[in-house]
Design a binder for this molecule. Structure first.
Ligand SMILES: *Cc1c(COP(=O)(O)O)cnc(C)c1O
Length: 457
């Protein structure tokens, strides 16, 4: 046998083994996760502590995760996956980053919480002010929900106005005023808002389609003197990934200025994710207030809101608008966030994230196309998204045209092949600095087969 022939016959044998392995894998065993879910459902509503985790949008049982390392996670049955959820955005350095672990352990040894000022809070605030020139003062809270809730309280307090304007499909956390047309989790469940939010509250929230300046103009024409703020995800990430059209954010800035309303960028997802200076740097539009979360906590519960000193100093105790938190600026969370931000500040990080997300998005498009499935993709910095729909996608109505049954088939086919995507057609995906060319390549090999399986389903 020639060497080439030997190699060929070895590769046939290897292919045979791989096919068998893939077949075994296709019956992904989730026995332990299923048992855990049965227990969970008895004592936790829907078995989960945040709705989208329950896989209602895609069906099946969510894997219970037990560990993560870099770009990968492992479940209770020993299956491993390349992870594109990254705890829904925070884990931009990957799982169990040694630097973050060290920083958290060091902080924990000195005390887990004081409810008193600490030095690292000053350091992380200084770093945020350096990264985002629109922020001169910043207040830490424990979740993105608290950040947006506090920012709109500030906007209402500062302007003396009641109405707020948000966009369909943008999610800003689960505070009453913002659970209106809120995309993502609520969209996955197919409910328009939420019972428990009184109509009287919901009436104070105006809505416009994302990327539709004319609708915002019309709202201002009707309610101009009553609108306290326009709140927007500068890149919508809770209806998939939908970047702003050219001129949209600048148009919002101009309308807010003309009508004396504040412009709030909810950068809970995009802050430190798409660029060191956030989406506001990428698009060159300066908001009055910025909400941060996810990445700023480095995987622990922390979020923040900030803006110019003249505005922020209206918060208690320097001003009359009240907001507080027992665990705000928690030492462990701030240590994790600080280490994460310091690493992100290094040269080249966002080029790497951007490159990985773009390669992935382009690859997905190619794999889908070779299976005859039209795909619209977006990738900005370390976030990406795809819609099973020819596009273009500029609003939530466009996003909803995605082929949901086929998304479900694709999602499960990917999970079986070891790729962990968000279990909803209305979520962005995230890459981390631990997602190298190897992970992206393995993902695209899986995607090629998964799209073919989805096309056949
Ligand atoms: C995740 C998210 C929130 C809510 O943050 P939580 O920490 O889940 O409360 C708010 N706004 C945006 C844009 C988000 O992506």
């Amino acid at each position: 046998m020639t060497r080439a022939k030997r190699r060929a016959s070895r590769s046939v044998a290897a292919n045979g083994r791989a096919t068998k392995k893939a077949a075994a894998k296709r019956g992904l065993s989730l026995a332990r996760s299923e048992a855990l879910m049965a227990r969970a459902e008895r004592v936790i509503p829907g078995g989960v502590n945040s709705p989208v985790r329950a896989y209602r949008g895609v069906g099946g049982t969510p894997p219970f995760l037990v560990s993560g390392k870099g770009a990968r996670v492992r479940d209770a049955d020993g299956n491993t996956y390349i992870d594109y959820v990254g705890s829904w955005g925070p884990l931009i350095l990957g799982h169990c980053d040694p630097g973050v672990l060290r920083a958290v352990a060091r902080a924990a040894r000195s005390g887990t919480s004081f409810g008193a000022p600490t030095e690292r809070e000053v350091e992380i605030a200084e770093l945020i002010c350096e990264a985002l020139p629109s922020i001169e003062q910043v207040r830490f809270v424990s979740s993105g929900t608290e950040a947006t809730m506090s920012a709109i309280r500030l906007a209402r307090g500062a302007t003396g106005r009641k109405l707020i304007l948000k966009f369909d499909g943008c999610y800003h956390g689960h505070t009453d005023a913002l659970l209106v047309g809120a995309g993502s989790g609520v969209a996955t469940l197919g409910i328009p808002g939420s019972p428990g939010v009184p109509e009287e509250f919901a009436r104070l929230t105006l809505q416009a389609p994302f990327n539709d300046l004319a609708a915002v103009e019309a709202a201002f024409a009707e309610h101009g003197r009553e609108i306290a703020c326009v709140l927007v995800e500068p890149i919508a990430g809770n209806m998939g990934c939908v970047p702003p059209l050219p001129g949209f954010l600048a148009g919002l800035r101009a309308l807010c200025d003309r009508h004396g309303a504040l412009l709030i960028f909810d950068e809970v997802m995009t802050g430190f994710r798409v660029a060191w200076g956030g989406a506001q740097l990428l698009y060159g539009v300066t908001p009055d207030l910025t909400c941060l979360g996810k990445v700023v906590g480095g995987g622990l519960p922390a979020a923040a809101y900030g803006g110019k000193r003249a505005l922020m100093s209206q918060m208690a105790p320097s001003g009359p608008i009240y907001q507080a938190g027992t665990l705000s600026g928690n030492p462990l969370a701030v240590a994790a966030g600080l280490e994460t931000l310091r690493r992100l500040r290094r040269r080249g990080t966002y080029e790497r994230l951007d490159g990985a997300a773009r390669t992935l998005a382009a690859g997905l498009r190619e794999c889908a196309s070779s299976a005859g499935i039209p795909l619209t993709t977006a990738a900005v910095g370390g976030m990406f998204g795809f819609f099973l729909h020819p596009g273009p996608v500029a609003s939530f109505d466009d996003a909803k045209k995605s082929d949901l049954p086929r998304f479900r088939a694709f999602f499960h086919a990917m999970l079986e092949r070891g790729v962990y995507l968000a279990p909803s057609a209305f979520e962005a995906g995230f890459v981390s600095l631990a997602h190298g060319p190897r992970e992206i390549r393995a993902t695209l090999v899986a995607a090629e087969r998964a799209f073919r399986a989805a096309a056949a389903s």
